[in-house]
Design a protein. Structure first.
Length: 256
């Protein structure tokens, strides 16, 4: 009898926990806050890289479909093996630049990307690190687990850290804050910036360019670009009306 009662209690507690998780997800969604875990993401597990890409994309798509929203990425290492596509009106926010790492296991794809044609509006990334597994010979210790992920090749063209850019329109009110971009072929591509901000950002150990800026008209504050194999800061003028000029450089500290 006691055993049966114990099983009933366990089943009841399990149902309560499941209901609480569902209620929490519903509450977050009503506030336009979306957690990749609710879509199946798994932290600290490189074997979940494919699952994480799908889950992150689903969370971003849901925030975009809601009209605007925040995708909260909790503490931990989140491995991905393809580009996660950023979308308009979505803020991807971590738990802190040293608490949340999104790590690519590929050598030739972006980590977070919104590029191509069309306007970029209110796309924002903050409070996290974007990293990539690189050969152990180029880092003090392997930055990925298992360490076998550090035995491959160096990143090549296409391996961007973050891209928020358009070839024919502006990136309105888009940008980055409190972000660390590390071990990329190219660190950051952004612009043309229509009132956007890049603040408290460090870009380190890019094999090619640290930051590529298309056009200007944005605000840069406390941006550090360190150890770039190509240009630390690569300004590319555009023919889009309203673009500014290289005065954008004033907010960046460069060390090639």
């Amino acid at each position: 009898m006691m055993r049966r009662f114990g099983l009933l209690v366990i089943c009841f507690l399990s149902l309560v926990a499941t209901a609480q998780l569902a209620s929490s997800a519903t509450t977050r969604n009503s506030l336009r806050e979306f957690d990749p875990i609710d879509f199946g993401a798994v932290p600290d597990n490189s074997a979940s890289a494919t699952v994480n890409v799908t889950a992150f994309q689903a969370a971003i798509d849901a925030a975009n479909a809601a009209g605007r929203g925040t995708v909260w990425v909790g503490p931990g290492d989140w491995y991905v093996n393809a580009a996660v596509l950023l979308k308009n009106e979505v803020h991807v926010k971590g738990a802190g630049r040293f608490e949340t790492r999104i790590i690519s296991t590929t050598t030739n794809t972006a980590v977070l990307s919104a590029s191509g044609t069309g306007a970029r509006t209110n796309i924002f990334v903050s409070d996290l690190t974007v990293d990539r597994c690189v050969p152990a010979a180029f880092v003090v210790t392997c930055n990925c687990l298992p360490t076998s992920l550090c035995t491959g090749n160096l990143p090549v063209s296409g391996a961007w850290g973050i891209r928020i850019s358009s070839t024919d329109n502006h990136s309105f009110l888009s940008g980055l804050e409190n972000v660390y971009i590390l071990h990329q072929f190219n660190g950051l591509e952004i612009g043309p910036m229509g009132g956007g901000t890049v603040s408290d950002v460090t870009i380190q150990q890019s094999w090619n360019d640290g930051a590529t800026v298309l056009g200007a008209n944005g605000q840069w504050h406390n941006v550090n670009i360190l150890a770039s194999g190509g240009h630390a800061f690569n300004y590319v003028p555009t023919a889009i009306a309203g673009d500014g000029g290289p005065a954008l450089r004033q907010g960046a500290q460069l060390a090639g």
